[in-house]
Write a protein that binds this ligand. Structure first.
Ligand SMILES: Nc1ncnc2c1ncn2[C@@H]1O[C@H](COP(=O)(O)OP(=O)(O)OP(=O)(O)O)[C@@H](O)[C@H]1O
Length: 205
């Protein structure tokens, strides 16, 4: 899998969020997108996932030299972000069944193992609406990383996690990034210090 970003720029009304941003990523790469509050991290993530268009420039996804249509990017990626809510009217078991109807779990892992990994096994019958914010965040991260996707996007991955949850997140990444592209939007070093590449949005104003 390759993602090529060429001279990408994004503007909302008269405000340029980023200009002339170029990056190349391939399987196994990890990129941290950093910058102060309001610098445009989430906006760049939304452009990279195809949820909103660029103002100018180009983003290309390809596998083994073959381009992937913009409309098919979603098949290759998973996202965990604060603004993407979990469907709260499901119990945890129902949510896992629902989620994995659309995405395959990574090879060799069962739903039972995912429940254990996320420390929520005893809560499988509980409604997601009754989860604490930390439980919801662990679930979002696990759903993203346990899905068979070539690209994983994590926006503010440790929000609502306590010290133990942060250590759990770091271990999860170590064990399950595998040969995939990982993109982390954050301004907290502990969330991205394992990333090989770092992009600072203030450099693209
Ligand atoms: N749909 C929109 N229309 C107009 N302006 C927008 C829109 N979405 C975001 N913005 C503006 O783009 C800028 C960047 O916002 P963004 O949420 O990408 O920043 P961020 O770096 O993720 O911030 P934070 O660290 O606070 O989460 C802000 O000035 C924001 O108001």
């Amino acid at each position: 899998m390759k993602i090529q970003v060429v001279e990408a720029s994004k503007r909302f009304q008269y405000e340029w969020i980023f200009k002339n941003l170029s990056i190349n990523l391939e399987s196994g790469d990890s990129l941290a997108i950093t910058g102060s509050n309001g610098s445009g991290k989430s906006t760049l993530l939304k452009c990279l996932t195809g949820s909103i268009p660029l103002t100018s420039g180009k983003i290309k996804y390809s596998i083994e030299g073959k381009d992937i249509e913009d409309s098919d990017w979603f098949r290759h990626l998973s996202i965990a972000a604060p603004y993407l809510e979990l469907p709260e009217e499901f119990t945890l078991s129902e949510l896992l069944d629902f989620h994995f109807k659309f995405k395959n779990p990574i090879k060799g892992i069962s739903l039972e193992e995912i429940l254990e990994l996320v420390y929520l096994k005893e809560h499988h019958g509980k409604f997601v609406s009754q989860f604490s914010s930390g439980m919801k965040q662990r679930l979002k991260l696990a759903l993203a990383l346990m899905s068979e996707s070539d690209v994983i996007f994590l926006d503010e991955p440790t929000s609502n996690l306590d010290k133990k949850g942060i250590a759990w997140y770091q271990e999860l990444i170590g064990a399950y990034q595998m040969d995939r592209i990982l993109i982390v939007c954050s301004n907290e070093q502990r969330e991205y210090d394992f990333c090989q590449q770092k992009l600072v949005l203030e450099d693209y104003k």
